[in-house]
Every structure is written in C-alpha cells, then in structure tokens.
Design a protein around this ligand. Sequence first.
Ligand code: MG
Length: 381
Amino acid sequence: MTENISILGSTGSIGTQALSVCEKLGIKVSALTANGNVELMEQQVRKFKPKLAVMGTQEKAEDLKLRLSDTDTKVSFGIEGLCEAASINEADTVLTSVVGMVGLKPTLTAISAKKNIALANKETLVTGGSLVTKAARDNNVNIYPVDSEHSAIFQCLQGCPDKKMLNRLILTASGGPFFGKSYDDLKNVTVEQALNHPNWSMGAKITVDSASMMNKGLEVIEARWLFDVPVEKIDVVVHRESIVHSMIEYNDNSVIAQLGVPDMKIPIQYALTYPERFECEVGKLDLTKIAKLSFYEPDYETFKCLRACKKSMELGGTAPVLANGANEEAVRLFLERKISFTDIGDLVWDSMSAVNIKSIDSLQDVLDADAAAREFVRSSI
Ligand code: MG
C-alpha cells in the first residue's frame, strides 16, 4: 500500500480525485505537478504541503512561487520539473495522470528511481510500452492500472495462477455520445457534442478520444503491455451502461467481470491501496435499479480510430506512436475548431502510411516518431 505519493497532473480530473483519496487514507504527498492551473495548485500545496510543486512553464512557476513565498514548498517547471517530481526521494509511488505522451519520460525516470507506478496516463504505454515494461521488470517495480477497464481486469486477475489459462481480455466501451451513428453522420458534429459524454466526467482530450473511440483503441494497446497479452486476445465490446468495467475469459470459458457504478474513485483507490481495500465514497451498485445491461459489437467502420489502433499493433515498431501522436495533434486542432471530427480518424489512419515506421530501441525513437506524426497532421490541414 502507498504511504507517500508524488502526483503528476494533480489539478486534472484524476489528480483531484486522487488527492481526496490521499486525504481520506492519510497518504502523504511529497510532490504535485500541473500544467497551467496555478490557482488550484496553490490551494493543493497549502492543503497537502508537498516538498515540490511543478508547473508546465517558467511563467506559471514564477506566478506560483510568488503565491507560495510564505511556504517551504520548492517550485520548479517543465519536463525537468516533472522528472524531479517523478524521482523525489520521499515518494514510494508516482501517480502519472498527465495528458498525452509527455508522461513517458517522467514515468521512465520514476521507474529508474524504483518508484511503483499508478498509471492513469495511457499514452505512456501506447508509445513506450516496450521501454516501460522492460524498465519496470529490470527495476523490480509494479505498475498498477488506474484506467477503469484495466483496473477491472487487474481485479479480475487476482487469484489467476497462470496467464496461460487466459483465453482473452474483454474491454468494455461505453460507445460514447455517437454510438449508432454512421461515418457520414459524424462529419459535422460540433466540439460541444463531442464533449458531451453520457456516463463519465473527464478532461477534454480523453472525452474527445471517447467520442471517436480512440480512447478504446489506446486502451487495447495499454492492456497489451500491462498484462502482457497479445492483441489478438483482446476484444472490445460496447456496453452502454458502463457498469461492467471489463472482463476476463479463462480457457474453460468461465468469464469473470468487475462491476460498479461509473466512478473513478474506485480504480484510483485500488491502485494506491492494492492489495488492500478500504471503504470508498461512491454509490452502491443496485442492479435492480439498472435492470438491464446491454452489449453490442463495436462499429470499426465508423470509428476509424479504433481500427487504426488495432492496425498499429499489427504493424508494430513506431506505428502506435504515430497513431497516438497524430491523434494528440488532431484532437488539439479539432478543439480549436480547425478540423472536423471525422478528420481525426482519417489523420490517425493516414499517419501510419505517411510516416515511415521504425523499430523502437530508445526514448529518442519514440520522441522522433511522435514529432513526425504531429508534423504530418499539421502539414495536412
Ligand atoms: Mg478507460
């Protein structure tokens, strides 16, 4: 169980909920990082008294420093600050809940410093899965999933004596706000429509990823690395109610599922308290009130991002990095209303043929492929 934590991305949806779990369970906080929300960071520092607080830019850090001049908290910024927070002495666990592949380097730094990882930043495993899992093995550290689907699988796997007995992992997907629509229906959807998720309350990037089903594609890749299961053994099923968070199927066709109300506090808390469990401030699941759970085949034609992610794993090497980098850039442009919603899937798909796919031997290979994919997207519009 975690006793002292460093939280990368403390002002976001996962970070703020994680802090309330820490407060309730008495977990000490040694470092906090945020991209731009200085005001909330100041409040968090005053409440949790970390040794280190990190902002995305020097300007934001100067602002925070002024506000915190009466405290003992050191203020830093940028990727170096993130890496400092990731390797801070006091912490035994680093929660990575930053948005995007910027989380990769700090995660590798935390692993080298022998910190356990509570992973909420799926882009880290999507882009650097081979590097991160090897580093974790070499340094003997654990990676605990925070993503609800992966937490569900992790919970279902407790008591599994040997992964050879697994037939498949079954990831559930809510289907998002555009379930049942065709590709043509989605050409003119607005930013507001894409940000209107039926079941989960999340940040903008992941909400758009859920609407395009890129999120589920990223989660398939994340599951491949987290559980060391080949992609052919990972299925996706659309489950509209988001009550079954995911399932595993054994070789005797017995299926184990994890259920609960859709609330991230459960997976966040379990990642921090594993193998123990504690009371959690979430609603009880009343299946008689829900009455009906529905399941559907995903639509790989309409949701090109999901198809692209599966394809990227077949192609291997830097292909998933390209798909992810193209998506990060395309989502940014969509949120700025510069491209249409369906352009996201097209750009993600095309990035894997427009940019050369290479093997991944180092962090630099990942960073280069990511930059090339982003450049491809920028030059396409
Ligand atoms: Mg998820």
